[in-house]
Design a protein. Structure first.
Length: 268
């Protein structure tokens, strides 16, 4: 068994703290940005989607950052812990204390992408497809930072790789953050990029976005099986965590996107 003793603060400069959680977001965006530009260059080199511009994507990043932060934070506040934040609204701005929702961030990214592509007169799904290819990078780093922070821990287990989180008890738990990092990060990255680049589904706007929603939802639901539900929420109908309910919705959304695209192809 392993005892969790990581410090969520990497560097304490007294005036300012550098936290693993913040670095996960920064590096996730930077690495994703670099990889997204490689994808665009690859598409332009092969004379496909040649109208895409590296400069346009660079200009898109501030929109993306705002969408991630506002969507992720407001999603957590409204969906997961509204009663807490309504009592002290100042806490909403203390992002460094944690509390971000993937599904809220997803909505923020979609709205930011719609806004930017409308201004630039670009197909929204093209950008969402590219973002789907790089998102697992940020998700992976985010889950690792969840583990370092000792949050979103798993249920009790007697398996040899169980982790003891002293802040919540002296018994071992599933390192569900690591499970999710593998499922939602590593495995999802290779799956999405296989379909996007090897199967060339990036050439069919919307397919990659739909596939991302479907496979992310499946990975998240599996991870939720091992994860302790939020204490203040518990289970709905004695079985479903909030994460499972939201992931079921995104799964259906992914199926709808692919169904809608296929239907349009048949009509054309």
């Amino acid at each position: 068994m392993f005892t969790h003793n990581f410090d969520p603060v990497l560097i304490d400069l007294y005036i300012i703290e550098v936290r693993w959680y913040s670095l996960a977001y920064i590096f996730g965006i930077l690495v994703g940005w670099i990889y997204a530009k490689k994808i665009i260059k690859h598409l332009k080199t092969n004379n496909t989607l040649s109208y895409l511009s590296i400069k346009d994507f660079d200009d898109f990043i501030p929109y993306l950052v705002v969408g991630i932060i506002l969507g992720g934070r407001l999603g957590y506040v409204l969906i997961y812990n509204f009663d807490f934040y309504i009592k002290d609204p100042r806490e909403i701005f203390y992002i460094w204390n944690g509390g971000m929702s993937f599904h809220g961030g997803l909505i923020g990214i979609i709205l930011a992408t719609i806004t930017f592509t409308y201004i630039k007169k670009i197909d929204t799904f093209i950008y969402l497809d590219i973002i789907s290819c790089v998102s697992p990078i940020g998700i992976f780093l985010g889950r690792i930072s969840n583990f370092i922070n000792g949050e979103l821990y798993g249920k009790a287990t007697d398996l040899p790789w169980g982790v003891i989180y002293p802040s919540v008890g002296n018994f071992a738990r599933h390192p569900s953050q690591i499970y999710e990092a593998i499922l939602e990060g590593i495995i999802l990255f290779f799956l999405i990029n296989f379909f996007a680049l090897k199967k060339k589904l990036l050439l069919k706007a919307g397919y990659v976005s739909g596939i991302f929603l479907i496979f992310y939802s499946i990975a998240r639901i599996i991870g939720e099986i091992f994860r302790e539900p939020d204490e203040h929420l518990g289970y709905f109908f004695d079985y479903f965590s909030m994460g499972i309910i939201l992931s079921f919705i995104t799964f259906l959304a992914g199926c709808f996107i692919i169904f809608f695209i296929k239907k349009n192809e048949q009509n054309n």
